[in-house]
Design a protein around this ligand. Structure first.
Ligand SMILES: [Zn+2]
Ligand SMILES: [Zn+2]
Length: 306
């Protein structure tokens, strides 16, 4: 598997250990690193072209885009979404097989004409529209395991039969054309959570047969996080393995993981390299590291409530 890492440096605490924490992964021949921005780097050496205004307009209204330009984080929001779009394009062109996208600002609360909760542009939605227009890709699936409801993505694809969007959150279970919400209990054990995902996503996605799979991955439901629903860190790795397997089975391995909610630096340091190792099929060395539950690495972070 050829894995692309699309890196957007996020100011604040959460991603402070990156890209250094990817040591041992970046050196691998099947891993490709595309960095969009970090402060020590001159803009002339960006690896990623930001998406165009026209691309944004395929998903968001001109009034909304205008509002985002006044927030002061327009560039970060644009580069975050651009990472997802370029990852999907490179996968479709066969340059890489799957990708992990570091974002500074998230996706799923950004809708056609609204944004909030730390989300400004919906990168996965823009990527889907760009692939449709430029490459004629027809069928897409998005699984959203951030702890919060993806109201923006829901609104964008609410009437779209070619996009399967399955959101796991605290809202009641509900289905509307290709949009499916699955209620997750306020406190849930890993086994129960994985069972919900296997029953309510894996079976549906096999029937739906998407050509590419997106995962809006938030770790904010982990113990000690701001959206704590009782999950342990390990569940994310198990989930990553299941989703990688299903992408290999139904989408020829085409799989984009988009970093969403979560604020703790220690969890980011522990989980992100492991998730990328799943994508790149790296053999896991034993006792690579451990995480201390209960520490508040995210305090002071600029990561808002994705
Ligand atoms: Zn939801
Ligand atoms: Zn969230």
């Amino acid at each position: 598997m050829r894995t692309g890492i699309f890196f957007y440096y996020q100011e604040g605490n959460r991603l402070r250990d990156f890209p250094n924490a990817l040591e041992g992964i970046l050196e691998r021949e099947n891993v490709f690193f595309y960095d969009a921005f970090y402060p020590s780097k001159p803009t002339s050496s960006f690896d990623l072209n930001p998406v165009s205004y026209e691309a944004l307009l395929q998903v968001h209204s001109s009034e909304m885009i205008e509002e985002v330009t006044r927030t002061g984080v327009f560039e970060g929001a644009l580069l975050s979404a651009s990472g997802t779009v370029r990852a999907a394009e490179k996968i479709w062109r066969g340059e890489i097989d799957n990708a992990f996208v570091f974002t500074g600002y998230g996706d799923h609360h950004a809708g056609p004409d609204f944004f909030g909760g730390g989300c400004y542009f919906n990168g996965a939605a823009i990527a889907i529209q760009e692939l449709r227009k430029g490459s004629g890709v027809r069928r897409f699936a998005i699984i959203d395991t951030d702890a919060h409801h993806g109201d923006g993505t829901w609104e964008i694809f609410g009437t779209d039969p070619d996009v399967l969007y399955v959101c796991f959150c605290g809202y009641p279970s509900w289905e509307e054309k290709g949009n499916i919400n699955i209620e997750v209990p306020q406190r849930v054990k890993d086994e129960e959570y994985l069972r919900l995902i296997k029953e309510d996503f894996l079976t549906r996605v096999k029937t739906f047969q998407p050509e590419i799979l997106f995962w809006n991955w938030g770790y904010d439901g982990t113990q000690g996080e701001y959206g704590d629903i009782g999950l342990t860190p390990e569940v994310h790795i198990l989930l990553g393995r299941e989703l990688k397997k299903i992408a290999d089975e139904v989408s020829k391995g085409r799989f984009v993981i988009v970093l969403c909610g979560g604020s703790r630096r220690d969890l980011a340091h522990y989980l992100i390299p492991k998730i990328i190792e799943v994508l790149a099929e790296v053999e896991l060395p034993k006792h690579r590291g451990c995480v201390v539950i209960g520490s508040r690495g995210g305090r002071g972070s600029r990561v808002p409530n994705l």
